[in-house]
Ligand binder design. Structure first.
Ligand SMILES: NC(=O)c1ccc[n+]([C@@H]2O[C@H](COP(=O)([O-])OP(=O)(O)OC[C@H]3O[C@@H](n4cnc5c(N)ncnc54)[C@H](OP(=O)(O)O)[C@@H]3O)[C@@H](O)[C@H]2O)c1
Length: 258
């Protein structure tokens, strides 16, 4: 398991699921840039370890002073989640920031919800995975709080299309887009986020919508934006201080109605 760190001892430990490509990789890129976020160590959570290694190599080629490591994690496997949490505990003894980014979109633009295996798989990754990962990392986040590392932060990467207000507004451009399995899983993820926010009132637990973004998940939909833009609000939420918000659902333009 690769671990490459800079000479500076890391002060802020970040773990991102699904970070070997797409928006997760971009969040890793930004948070591990020492000139912007000094002292941050980013752990790239990767479904396929070799792809995580390749992502770390790319990021180090861009800037060799980054502090990065890789931990394999399949969010649908409790054994994999437990091994990942155990590795973070052994390497760092705490976690300051958890970013639940791993996600899938299987229903494309279909309108059917009767594909039970796809529906179940979508929830396994997007909801049950984020729930199990968060619960497994709670003790390590609590360690960060005890060590006075500032408020522990959890970012749930959700979507604006999860908003009931957006879906029920016929004038909203995304209301007519379907993918109901994905929308349902992310709407439930918003409730899960609020659960963890209320459980830990001193922490900063928030939902982030990246917006339609040009990654494999977006399946070539027209109008997709850049991963750079998609990561900005996630990074803001991942670096909140004591005065920052908690229990919110936002994107680069501000608060999203539930
Ligand atoms: N792109 C958009 O337009 C958009 C809009 C709103 C919200 N989002 C959300 O943003 C997040 C990132 O998506 P993205 O657009 O960057 O898509 P992406 O490029 O497909 O990245 C998704 C990541 O999740 C990983 N993953 C999938 N299943 C996993 C599992 N079982 N365990 C662990 N990791 C798993 C993937 O690993 P592999 O590459 O190895 O499969 C990949 O690294 C997702 O939660 C998505 O729902 C995206």
């Amino acid at each position: 398991m690769a671990s490459r760190t800079s000479l500076q001892p890391p002060r802020t430990i970040v773990f991102i699921t699904g970070a070997s490509q797409g928006i997760g990789q971009q969040i890793a890129r930004t948070l591990s840039t020492p000139s912007v976020h000094p002292g941050y160590h980013v752990i790239v959570g990767a479904l396929v370890e070799s792809e995580g290694e390749a992502a770390v190599s790319r990021l180090l080629e861009e800037d060799s002073s980054r502090s990065l490591s890789v931990i394999p994690i399949d969010v649908t496997s409790d054994a994999s989640i437990s091994a990942a949490a155990g590795k973070v505990a052994a390497d760092f003894g705490r976690l300051d920031v958890l970013i639940n980014n791993a996600g899938i979109l299987l229903d494309g633009l279909e309108q059917t919800v009767t594909n039970r295996p796809q529906f179940e798989r979508t929830f396994q990754v997007n909801l049950f995975g984020a729930a199990a990962v968060t619960e497994a990392f709670l003790p390590l986040l609590a360690e960060a709080e005890t060590a006075s590392q500032g408020p522990p932060r959890i970012v749930f990467v959700t979507s604006r299309v999860a908003s009931l207000a957006v879906k029920s507004d016929p004038t909203d451009r995304s209301a007519a887009r379907h993918f109901p399995m994905y929308r349902c899983s992310k709407a439930a993820l918003n409730m899960l986020m609020l659960h963890f926010a209320s459980l830990n009132p001193g922490w900063k637990v928030n939902g982030h919508d990246p917006g339609l973004t040009n990654t494999p998940l977006a399946q070539g939909q027209a109008g997709a934006g850049s991963v750079q833009d998609a990561a900005v609000n996630a990074v803001r939420l991942a670096t909140l201080g004591g005065g920052g918000e908690t229990g919110t659902y936002s994107n680069a333009f501000g608060i999203i109605p539930w």
